[in-house]
Design a protein around this ligand. Sequence first.
Ligand SMILES: [Zn+2]
Length: 341
Amino acid sequence: MNSDLNLVPLNSSILHSGYQHPVTRAWANQGRNISKSMFMYPIFITDDDDAEVSLDSMPGQKRWGVNKLEGFLGPLVKKGLSSVILFGVPLKTPKDAQGTLADDPNGPVIQAIKVLRKAFPSLYIATDVCLCEYTSHGHCGILHEDGTINNQPSVERLAEVAVSYAKAGAHCVAPSDMMDGRIRAIKKGLIDAGFGNKVTLMAYSAKFASSLYGPFRDAVDSAPSFGDRRCYQLPPTARGLARRAIVRDASEGADVIMVKPTLPYLDIVAEARDLAPDHPLACYQVSGEFAMIHAGAKAGVYELRRMAEESVQSMVRAGATIILSYFTPEFLDWLDEPTML
Ligand SMILES: [Zn+2]
């Protein structure tokens, strides 16, 4: 062995000199820093106006009644919460095959939009748009008699629901159903109703049929009564379909592209960044990811804050500009007390 090679690294071998100090570690961050305004907090709103029900599978998260929203969100808005996304969780109201109550004017989502607009004029309010929480069969669209998706009426119904949320005052509608052509239909619906230039359309474009949605399904009680969602959510291996869906939704008029879930799909986040470089890119750190990070921390595998930060840093590094996360309240605190890298 040549002893020179063992003892003396080449000049170009030395990397430590570039990150041996907290300041140089900060310089090594070539992406954007995480900021409060990147976070969008998912909120579950149920049809019991006074509800405040803890969700066992999602530590710290609750189902809220409309009357509790102001007290719950007020302190977070003071800390810098800038946006929320609302999910309706009807538990008492009857469901039917068409999801008729998705845009019930007295339903939890429309009531919540109105309450929040009034209470927090600066808060940006997005609404998830889907039918599964309102259909008797629990699927995200309207079905043929044989149980398969009937795409056209599904898309028309989703557009109606989106327009109803816009009329109630939502700043953003976010279809999560994965029906074909719904971005075009919703965009047209918004334009025809006079909201074309007023309401953001955030498309769940690459939404995969993931194992990570379990806690969410518990929270919203939306598991399908038969079958599963693999005929419309993307197969985990389907990079090509994800790319096509992203390009399609961008061309149909989406203002924001989303990838969901995040950690097992960071390659798709990075691809979305390249495929739609001029669109804001959202990623949804879903319920199972949130629960997994909590479970690992509880088991002593890592420290909760560091792992939560690392997960969000990876999304931002991959190109995300908007993070939907149940850790939003924690980040509003953590970003006020930065740790040294
Ligand atoms: Zn759905």
